[in-house]
Design a protein around this ligand. Structure first.
Ligand SMILES: [Zn+2]
Length: 463
Protein backbone atom coordinates (compact mmCIF):
# COMPACT_ATOMS: atom_id res chain seq x y z
CA UNK A 1 0.00 0.00 0.00
CA UNK A 2 2.74 2.44 1.00
CA UNK A 3 4.64 1.51 -2.16
CA UNK A 4 1.60 2.44 -4.24
CA UNK A 5 1.30 5.71 -2.34
CA UNK A 6 5.00 6.50 -2.95
CA UNK A 7 4.51 5.76 -6.64
CA UNK A 8 1.51 8.07 -6.66
CA UNK A 9 3.63 10.87 -5.15
CA UNK A 10 6.37 10.18 -7.71
CA UNK A 11 3.91 10.53 -10.58
CA UNK A 12 2.51 13.68 -9.03
CA UNK A 13 6.02 15.17 -8.73
CA UNK A 14 6.65 14.37 -12.40
CA UNK A 15 3.43 16.06 -13.39
CA UNK A 16 4.15 19.10 -11.20
CA UNK A 17 5.33 22.28 -12.82
CA UNK A 18 8.82 23.42 -11.78
CA UNK A 19 9.11 26.54 -9.61
CA UNK A 20 12.07 28.22 -7.96
CA UNK A 21 10.32 28.86 -4.66
CA UNK A 22 7.17 28.04 -2.77
CA UNK A 23 6.49 30.31 0.21
CA UNK A 24 3.58 29.33 2.44
CA UNK A 25 2.01 30.96 5.50
CA UNK A 26 -0.96 30.80 7.86
CA UNK A 27 -2.60 33.67 5.95
CA UNK A 28 -1.84 35.05 2.50
CA UNK A 29 -3.09 38.62 2.01
CA UNK A 30 -3.20 38.92 -1.78
CA UNK A 31 -4.50 42.49 -2.30
CA UNK A 32 -5.90 41.23 -5.63
CA UNK A 33 -9.03 42.86 -7.08
CA UNK A 34 -11.31 40.92 -4.71
CA UNK A 35 -8.88 41.45 -1.79
CA UNK A 36 -8.71 37.69 -1.14
CA UNK A 37 -7.14 36.54 2.10
CA UNK A 38 -6.24 32.84 1.85
CA UNK A 39 -5.99 30.79 5.02
CA UNK A 40 -3.13 28.25 4.85
CA UNK A 41 -2.04 29.79 1.58
CA UNK A 42 1.06 29.71 -0.59
CA UNK A 43 2.76 31.46 -3.47
CA UNK A 44 4.83 29.79 -6.20
CA UNK A 45 7.63 31.84 -7.76
CA UNK A 46 9.74 31.31 -10.88
CA UNK A 47 12.44 33.74 -11.96
CA UNK A 48 11.34 37.25 -11.06
CA UNK A 49 7.60 36.50 -11.30
CA UNK A 50 4.77 35.01 -9.28
CA UNK A 51 3.58 31.79 -10.94
CA UNK A 52 0.51 31.16 -8.81
CA UNK A 53 -1.23 32.06 -5.55
CA UNK A 54 -3.60 29.68 -3.79
CA UNK A 55 -4.10 27.35 -0.87
CA UNK A 56 -0.98 25.54 0.28
CA UNK A 57 -2.57 22.20 -0.71
CA UNK A 58 -3.29 23.46 -4.22
CA UNK A 59 0.14 25.05 -4.76
CA UNK A 60 1.96 22.00 -3.37
CA UNK A 61 -0.01 19.72 -5.71
CA UNK A 62 0.68 21.83 -8.78
CA UNK A 63 4.30 22.89 -8.30
CA UNK A 64 7.62 21.31 -7.48
CA UNK A 65 9.94 23.98 -6.02
CA UNK A 66 13.71 24.03 -5.75
CA UNK A 67 13.40 25.81 -2.39
CA UNK A 68 10.53 26.28 0.00
CA UNK A 69 9.80 28.39 3.03
CA UNK A 70 6.91 27.41 5.31
CA UNK A 71 5.79 29.91 7.91
CA UNK A 72 2.74 28.51 9.72
CA UNK A 73 3.08 31.39 12.24
CA UNK A 74 3.13 34.24 9.74
CA UNK A 75 1.18 36.38 7.32
CA UNK A 76 2.43 36.48 3.73
CA UNK A 77 1.72 39.79 2.02
CA UNK A 78 2.85 41.93 -0.92
CA UNK A 79 6.03 43.92 -0.25
CA UNK A 80 5.24 47.39 1.08
CA UNK A 81 5.65 50.36 -1.25
CA UNK A 82 7.16 53.61 0.01
CA UNK A 83 6.02 56.39 -2.34
CA UNK A 84 8.11 59.23 -0.91
CA UNK A 85 11.37 59.39 1.00
CA UNK A 86 14.95 60.65 1.20
CA UNK A 87 16.90 57.52 2.17
CA UNK A 88 20.41 58.93 2.58
CA UNK A 89 19.13 61.46 5.14
CA UNK A 90 19.09 58.54 7.59
CA UNK A 91 22.64 59.66 8.49
CA UNK A 92 21.02 62.86 9.87
CA UNK A 93 18.46 60.89 11.90
CA UNK A 94 17.32 63.00 14.84
CA UNK A 95 19.78 65.84 14.11
CA UNK A 96 17.10 68.43 14.95
CA UNK A 97 13.58 67.71 16.09
CA UNK A 98 10.44 69.58 17.03
CA UNK A 99 10.83 72.49 14.61
CA UNK A 100 8.82 74.08 11.81
CA UNK A 101 9.72 72.90 8.30
CA UNK A 102 11.38 76.19 7.28
CA UNK A 103 13.45 76.47 10.51
CA UNK A 104 14.40 72.78 10.37
CA UNK A 105 15.49 73.09 6.73
CA UNK A 106 17.24 76.45 6.87
CA UNK A 107 18.92 76.25 10.29
CA UNK A 108 19.89 72.58 10.37
CA UNK A 109 19.40 70.50 7.26
CA UNK A 110 20.75 72.84 4.57
CA UNK A 111 23.93 73.73 6.60
CA UNK A 112 24.47 70.07 7.58
CA UNK A 113 24.02 69.02 3.94
CA UNK A 114 26.36 71.74 2.64
CA UNK A 115 29.11 70.51 4.98
CA UNK A 116 28.62 66.76 4.75
CA UNK A 117 26.79 65.49 1.68
CA UNK A 118 29.21 63.70 -0.65
CA UNK A 119 28.86 60.61 -2.82
CA UNK A 120 30.27 58.55 0.07
CA UNK A 121 27.74 60.02 2.51
CA UNK A 122 24.90 59.20 0.11
CA UNK A 123 26.17 55.66 -0.47
CA UNK A 124 26.33 54.82 3.25
CA UNK A 125 23.14 56.71 4.07
CA UNK A 126 21.23 54.87 1.36
CA UNK A 127 22.67 51.53 2.49
CA UNK A 128 21.48 52.33 6.02
CA UNK A 129 18.07 53.36 4.68
CA UNK A 130 17.70 50.25 2.50
CA UNK A 131 18.77 48.04 5.41
CA UNK A 132 16.05 49.53 7.64
CA UNK A 133 13.42 49.50 4.90
CA UNK A 134 14.03 45.88 3.82
CA UNK A 135 14.11 44.59 7.41
CA UNK A 136 10.78 46.39 7.90
CA UNK A 137 9.10 44.85 4.84
CA UNK A 138 9.44 47.71 2.33
CA UNK A 139 10.38 46.33 -1.09
CA UNK A 140 10.02 49.50 -3.22
CA UNK A 141 11.07 53.02 -2.30
CA UNK A 142 10.63 56.34 -4.03
CA UNK A 143 13.56 58.62 -3.40
CA UNK A 144 14.67 62.13 -4.18
CA UNK A 145 18.10 63.32 -3.05
CA UNK A 146 21.56 64.14 -4.38
CA UNK A 147 24.05 61.78 -6.08
CA UNK A 148 21.01 59.72 -7.09
CA UNK A 149 23.14 57.48 -9.33
CA UNK A 150 24.89 56.40 -6.13
CA UNK A 151 21.46 55.85 -4.54
CA UNK A 152 20.60 53.60 -7.49
CA UNK A 153 23.84 51.63 -7.08
CA UNK A 154 23.17 51.17 -3.35
CA UNK A 155 19.57 50.10 -4.03
CA UNK A 156 20.70 47.52 -6.59
CA UNK A 157 23.29 46.21 -4.17
CA UNK A 158 20.57 45.87 -1.50
CA UNK A 159 18.33 44.12 -4.04
CA UNK A 160 15.61 46.70 -3.50
CA UNK A 161 13.24 48.23 -6.05
CA UNK A 162 13.54 52.01 -6.39
CA UNK A 163 11.91 54.92 -8.16
CA UNK A 164 14.81 57.33 -7.87
CA UNK A 165 15.12 60.97 -8.87
CA UNK A 166 18.03 63.37 -8.68
CA UNK A 167 16.80 66.49 -6.86
CA UNK A 168 16.60 69.53 -9.10
CA UNK A 169 16.65 72.62 -6.92
CA UNK A 170 17.22 76.21 -7.97
CA UNK A 171 17.52 77.67 -4.51
CA UNK A 172 20.53 79.61 -3.19
CA UNK A 173 21.39 77.07 -0.51
CA UNK A 174 24.16 74.61 0.16
CA UNK A 175 26.89 75.33 -2.38
CA UNK A 176 24.90 77.97 -4.28
CA UNK A 177 25.32 81.47 -2.88
CA UNK A 178 23.91 83.61 -5.71
CA UNK A 179 21.02 83.27 -8.14
CA UNK A 180 23.58 82.86 -10.97
CA UNK A 181 25.17 79.94 -9.08
CA UNK A 182 21.74 78.47 -8.50
CA UNK A 183 20.90 78.64 -12.21
CA UNK A 184 24.19 76.97 -13.15
CA UNK A 185 23.54 74.38 -10.45
CA UNK A 186 20.06 73.68 -11.85
CA UNK A 187 21.39 73.31 -15.37
CA UNK A 188 24.16 71.00 -14.14
CA UNK A 189 21.61 68.81 -12.47
CA UNK A 190 19.32 68.71 -15.46
CA UNK A 191 22.24 67.50 -17.56
CA UNK A 192 23.30 65.10 -14.84
CA UNK A 193 19.75 63.78 -14.63
CA UNK A 194 19.73 63.04 -18.35
CA UNK A 195 22.92 60.96 -18.07
CA UNK A 196 21.50 59.20 -15.05
CA UNK A 197 18.21 58.42 -16.82
CA UNK A 198 20.04 56.78 -19.71
CA UNK A 199 22.26 54.76 -17.42
CA UNK A 200 19.40 53.07 -15.59
CA UNK A 201 16.98 52.62 -18.48
CA UNK A 202 15.48 49.11 -18.62
CA UNK A 203 16.93 48.11 -15.23
CA UNK A 204 14.58 45.57 -13.57
CA UNK A 205 14.91 47.23 -10.16
CA UNK A 206 15.55 50.89 -10.88
CA UNK A 207 13.02 53.34 -12.31
CA UNK A 208 14.90 56.56 -12.93
CA UNK A 209 12.75 59.61 -12.20
CA UNK A 210 13.05 63.35 -12.72
CA UNK A 211 12.72 65.13 -9.39
CA UNK A 212 12.27 68.90 -9.30
CA UNK A 213 12.19 69.57 -5.53
CA UNK A 214 9.06 71.77 -5.51
CA UNK A 215 7.31 74.66 -7.24
CA UNK A 216 8.73 77.21 -4.77
CA UNK A 217 12.34 76.04 -5.15
CA UNK A 218 12.46 76.05 -8.96
CA UNK A 219 11.92 78.52 -11.79
CA UNK A 220 9.07 77.95 -14.23
CA UNK A 221 11.65 77.26 -16.95
CA UNK A 222 13.31 74.54 -14.89
CA UNK A 223 9.97 72.92 -14.12
CA UNK A 224 9.00 72.88 -17.80
CA UNK A 225 12.43 71.48 -18.73
CA UNK A 226 12.03 68.78 -16.06
CA UNK A 227 8.67 67.73 -17.53
CA UNK A 228 10.08 67.65 -21.05
CA UNK A 229 13.01 65.53 -19.88
CA UNK A 230 10.72 63.10 -18.04
CA UNK A 231 8.51 62.71 -21.11
CA UNK A 232 11.51 62.25 -23.41
CA UNK A 233 12.49 59.14 -21.40
CA UNK A 234 8.98 58.12 -20.31
CA UNK A 235 10.15 58.62 -16.73
CA UNK A 236 7.97 59.68 -13.81
CA UNK A 237 8.31 63.21 -12.45
CA UNK A 238 8.35 63.37 -8.65
CA UNK A 239 7.84 66.60 -6.73
CA UNK A 240 6.82 67.98 -3.33
CA UNK A 241 3.38 69.63 -3.57
CA UNK A 242 1.49 71.92 -1.15
CA UNK A 243 3.22 70.53 1.91
CA UNK A 244 2.71 73.65 4.02
CA UNK A 245 0.12 76.40 4.27
CA UNK A 246 2.90 78.92 3.67
CA UNK A 247 3.63 77.36 0.27
CA UNK A 248 0.01 77.88 -0.72
CA UNK A 249 -0.23 81.39 0.74
CA UNK A 250 2.95 82.49 -1.05
CA UNK A 251 1.72 81.16 -4.39
CA UNK A 252 -1.71 82.77 -3.91
CA UNK A 253 0.02 86.11 -3.15
CA UNK A 254 2.33 85.73 -6.15
CA UNK A 255 -0.02 84.46 -8.89
CA UNK A 256 -3.45 84.14 -7.28
CA UNK A 257 -3.46 80.41 -7.99
CA UNK A 258 -2.76 77.31 -5.90
CA UNK A 259 0.51 75.39 -6.48
CA UNK A 260 -1.49 72.56 -8.11
CA UNK A 261 -3.11 75.01 -10.54
CA UNK A 262 0.17 76.80 -11.29
CA UNK A 263 1.91 73.49 -12.03
CA UNK A 264 -1.03 72.55 -14.24
CA UNK A 265 -0.75 75.85 -16.11
CA UNK A 266 2.96 75.16 -16.62
CA UNK A 267 2.15 71.72 -18.05
CA UNK A 268 4.03 69.91 -15.27
CA UNK A 269 1.24 67.33 -14.85
CA UNK A 270 1.26 66.44 -18.57
CA UNK A 271 2.82 63.00 -18.04
CA UNK A 272 3.47 60.41 -15.35
CA UNK A 273 3.76 62.30 -12.03
CA UNK A 274 4.00 61.60 -8.30
CA UNK A 275 3.31 64.48 -5.92
CA UNK A 276 4.31 64.16 -2.27
CA UNK A 277 2.22 65.50 0.62
CA UNK A 278 -0.65 67.38 -1.08
CA UNK A 279 -1.77 68.61 2.33
CA UNK A 280 -3.17 71.99 1.28
CA UNK A 281 -5.22 71.02 -1.76
CA UNK A 282 -8.81 72.10 -2.39
CA UNK A 283 -11.58 70.45 -4.42
CA UNK A 284 -10.50 72.18 -7.65
CA UNK A 285 -6.92 70.96 -7.06
CA UNK A 286 -8.15 67.40 -6.48
CA UNK A 287 -10.12 67.58 -9.74
CA UNK A 288 -6.96 68.66 -11.60
CA UNK A 289 -4.88 65.89 -9.96
CA UNK A 290 -7.53 63.33 -10.88
CA UNK A 291 -7.87 64.45 -14.49
CA UNK A 292 -4.06 64.41 -14.91
CA UNK A 293 -3.73 60.99 -13.22
CA UNK A 294 -1.22 62.36 -10.72
CA UNK A 295 -0.05 59.81 -8.14
CA UNK A 296 0.01 61.13 -4.58
CA UNK A 297 2.23 60.25 -1.63
CA UNK A 298 0.59 60.79 1.75
CA UNK A 299 3.15 61.19 4.55
CA UNK A 300 1.22 61.17 7.84
CA UNK A 301 4.22 60.92 10.25
CA UNK A 302 5.99 63.80 8.54
CA UNK A 303 2.87 65.98 8.29
CA UNK A 304 2.13 65.41 11.98
CA UNK A 305 5.69 65.89 13.23
CA UNK A 306 6.26 69.12 11.28
CA UNK A 307 2.68 70.26 12.05
CA UNK A 308 2.17 70.77 8.32
CA UNK A 309 -1.53 69.92 8.44
CA UNK A 310 -3.82 67.03 7.52
CA UNK A 311 -4.07 65.95 3.88
CA UNK A 312 -7.69 65.36 2.75
CA UNK A 313 -7.03 61.65 2.25
CA UNK A 314 -10.65 60.61 2.88
CA UNK A 315 -11.65 62.89 -0.03
CA UNK A 316 -8.82 61.56 -2.20
CA UNK A 317 -10.00 58.00 -1.60
CA UNK A 318 -13.62 58.95 -2.27
CA UNK A 319 -12.43 60.28 -5.65
CA UNK A 320 -10.42 57.03 -6.12
CA UNK A 321 -7.16 58.95 -6.53
CA UNK A 322 -3.99 56.84 -6.60
CA UNK A 323 -2.61 57.76 -3.19
CA UNK A 324 0.20 55.84 -1.53
CA UNK A 325 2.13 56.24 1.71
CA UNK A 326 5.58 57.60 2.42
CA UNK A 327 7.66 58.04 5.55
CA UNK A 328 9.40 61.08 4.00
CA UNK A 329 12.71 62.08 5.63
CA UNK A 330 14.33 60.30 8.55
CA UNK A 331 16.33 63.37 9.60
CA UNK A 332 13.68 65.13 11.65
CA UNK A 333 10.42 64.86 9.78
CA UNK A 334 9.68 61.31 10.96
CA UNK A 335 12.48 59.82 11.96
CA UNK A 336 12.34 56.34 10.46
CA UNK A 337 11.17 54.36 7.42
CA UNK A 338 8.45 52.36 9.13
CA UNK A 339 5.59 51.65 6.73
CA UNK A 340 3.59 49.83 9.42
CA UNK A 341 3.58 53.07 11.40
CA UNK A 342 2.51 55.04 8.31
CA UNK A 343 -0.44 52.69 7.74
CA UNK A 344 -1.53 52.95 11.37
CA UNK A 345 -1.15 56.75 11.46
CA UNK A 346 -2.81 57.31 8.07
CA UNK A 347 -5.91 55.50 9.32
CA UNK A 348 -6.01 57.20 12.73
CA UNK A 349 -5.23 60.71 11.48
CA UNK A 350 -8.25 60.68 9.15
CA UNK A 351 -10.49 59.23 11.85
CA UNK A 352 -9.64 61.82 14.51
CA UNK A 353 -9.76 64.82 12.18
CA UNK A 354 -13.06 63.84 10.56
CA UNK A 355 -14.49 62.52 13.87
CA UNK A 356 -15.45 59.43 11.91
CA UNK A 357 -13.92 56.03 12.78
CA UNK A 358 -14.90 54.76 9.32
CA UNK A 359 -13.05 57.55 7.48
CA UNK A 360 -10.08 55.34 6.60
CA UNK A 361 -10.52 51.65 7.46
CA UNK A 362 -7.68 49.12 7.81
CA UNK A 363 -8.20 47.74 4.29
CA UNK A 364 -7.78 51.21 2.78
CA UNK A 365 -4.58 51.79 4.77
CA UNK A 366 -3.11 48.47 3.59
CA UNK A 367 -4.19 49.29 0.03
CA UNK A 368 -2.30 52.58 0.24
CA UNK A 369 0.85 50.70 1.35
CA UNK A 370 0.49 48.15 -1.48
CA UNK A 371 -1.72 48.21 -4.59
CA UNK A 372 -2.85 51.85 -4.42
CA UNK A 373 0.77 52.88 -3.77
CA UNK A 374 1.73 50.90 -6.88
CA UNK A 375 -0.93 52.86 -8.80
CA UNK A 376 0.53 56.13 -7.46
CA UNK A 377 3.85 55.13 -9.06
CA UNK A 378 2.18 53.89 -12.27
CA UNK A 379 3.49 50.38 -11.51
CA UNK A 380 0.26 48.55 -10.59
CA UNK A 381 0.65 46.05 -13.43
CA UNK A 382 3.99 44.93 -11.96
CA UNK A 383 3.82 45.23 -8.17
CA UNK A 384 1.45 45.90 -5.25
CA UNK A 385 -0.41 42.57 -5.04
CA UNK A 386 0.22 38.84 -5.04
CA UNK A 387 -1.16 37.74 -8.43
CA UNK A 388 -0.04 35.46 -11.24
CA UNK A 389 2.49 37.13 -13.51
CA UNK A 390 3.39 39.99 -11.18
CA UNK A 391 6.91 40.63 -9.92
CA UNK A 392 7.74 38.48 -6.92
CA UNK A 393 7.93 41.15 -4.19
CA UNK A 394 6.65 39.54 -0.98
CA UNK A 395 7.11 39.55 2.77
CA UNK A 396 6.29 37.32 5.73
CA UNK A 397 5.28 38.91 9.03
CA UNK A 398 5.33 36.83 12.21
CA UNK A 399 2.13 36.52 14.23
CA UNK A 400 3.46 34.44 17.13
CA UNK A 401 4.10 37.29 19.58
CA UNK A 402 1.90 38.67 22.34
CA UNK A 403 0.81 41.78 20.39
CA UNK A 404 -0.20 39.61 17.43
CA UNK A 405 -2.52 37.18 19.22
CA UNK A 406 -5.29 36.30 19.08
CA UNK A 407 -5.85 37.04 15.41
CA UNK A 408 -9.41 37.52 14.10
CA UNK A 409 -8.61 39.53 10.97
CA UNK A 410 -5.22 39.43 9.22
CA UNK A 411 -5.67 42.85 7.56
CA UNK A 412 -6.62 44.57 10.82
CA UNK A 413 -3.61 42.95 12.50
CA UNK A 414 -1.25 44.22 9.77
CA UNK A 415 -2.44 47.81 10.13
CA UNK A 416 -3.18 48.19 13.84
CA UNK A 417 -1.08 45.63 15.73
CA UNK A 418 1.94 44.35 13.82
CA UNK A 419 5.26 46.18 13.73
CA UNK A 420 8.01 46.57 11.14
CA UNK A 421 10.16 44.46 13.50
CA UNK A 422 7.74 41.55 13.00
CA UNK A 423 8.86 41.18 9.38
CA UNK A 424 10.71 37.89 9.01
CA UNK A 425 11.43 37.24 5.32
CA UNK A 426 11.54 39.49 2.27
CA UNK A 427 11.79 38.69 -1.43
CA UNK A 428 12.26 41.33 -4.13
CA UNK A 429 11.99 40.49 -7.83
CA UNK A 430 12.23 36.76 -7.04
CA UNK A 431 15.37 37.11 -4.90
CA UNK A 432 15.29 36.49 -1.14
CA UNK A 433 16.90 39.54 0.50
CA UNK A 434 15.87 39.00 4.15
CA UNK A 435 15.72 35.58 5.77
CA UNK A 436 14.58 35.10 9.35
CA UNK A 437 14.96 38.86 10.02
CA UNK A 438 18.57 38.87 8.80
CA UNK A 439 19.64 40.86 5.75
CA UNK A 440 21.23 38.70 3.03
CA UNK A 441 22.45 41.40 0.67
CA UNK A 442 24.15 44.07 2.81
CA UNK A 443 26.84 44.10 5.49
CA UNK A 444 24.82 45.22 8.50
CA UNK A 445 27.74 45.53 10.98
CA UNK A 446 29.74 47.64 8.55
CA UNK A 447 26.75 49.92 7.82
CA UNK A 448 26.09 50.51 11.52
CA UNK A 449 29.78 51.25 12.16
CA UNK A 450 29.74 53.77 9.30
CA UNK A 451 26.60 55.40 10.73
CA UNK A 452 28.43 55.95 14.03
CA UNK A 453 31.44 57.33 12.16
CA UNK A 454 29.22 59.78 10.24
CA UNK A 455 27.46 60.83 13.44
CA UNK A 456 30.80 62.01 14.86
CA UNK A 457 31.74 63.74 11.61
CA UNK A 458 28.36 65.53 11.21
CA UNK A 459 28.33 66.65 14.87
CA UNK A 460 31.83 68.10 14.54
CA UNK A 461 30.87 69.93 11.32
CA UNK A 462 28.02 71.77 13.04
CA UNK A 463 30.12 73.13 15.93
ZN1 LIG B 1 10.14 64.92 1.18
Amino acid sequence: MSRIFSFFLFVLALAAEPADFIWSARYVITMDAQRHVIENGAVAIKGDRILAVGTKADIDARFQAKQRLDRPDAILAPGLINTHTHAAMSLFRGIADDLKLQDWLEKFIFPAEAKNVTADFVRWGTRLGCLEMLLGGTTTFTDMYYFEDVVAEAAKEAGMRGVLGETIIGFPVADNKTPADALAFTERYLKFTERYLKRFQNDPLITAAVAPHALYTNSDETLKAARALANKYNAPLVIHLSETKKENNDEMAKRHTTPTKTLDNLGVWNGRSVAAHAVWVNEADLAILKSRHVGLAHCPSSNMKLASGVAPVTRMLALDLPVGLGPDGPAGSNNDFNMFEEMDLAAKLQKVTTMNPQALPATSALEMATIRGARALGMEKEIGSLENGKRADLITVRIDRAHAQPLYDAVSQMVYALKASDVRDVMVNGRPVVRDAKILTLNEAQILAKAAEYRARVSASLK
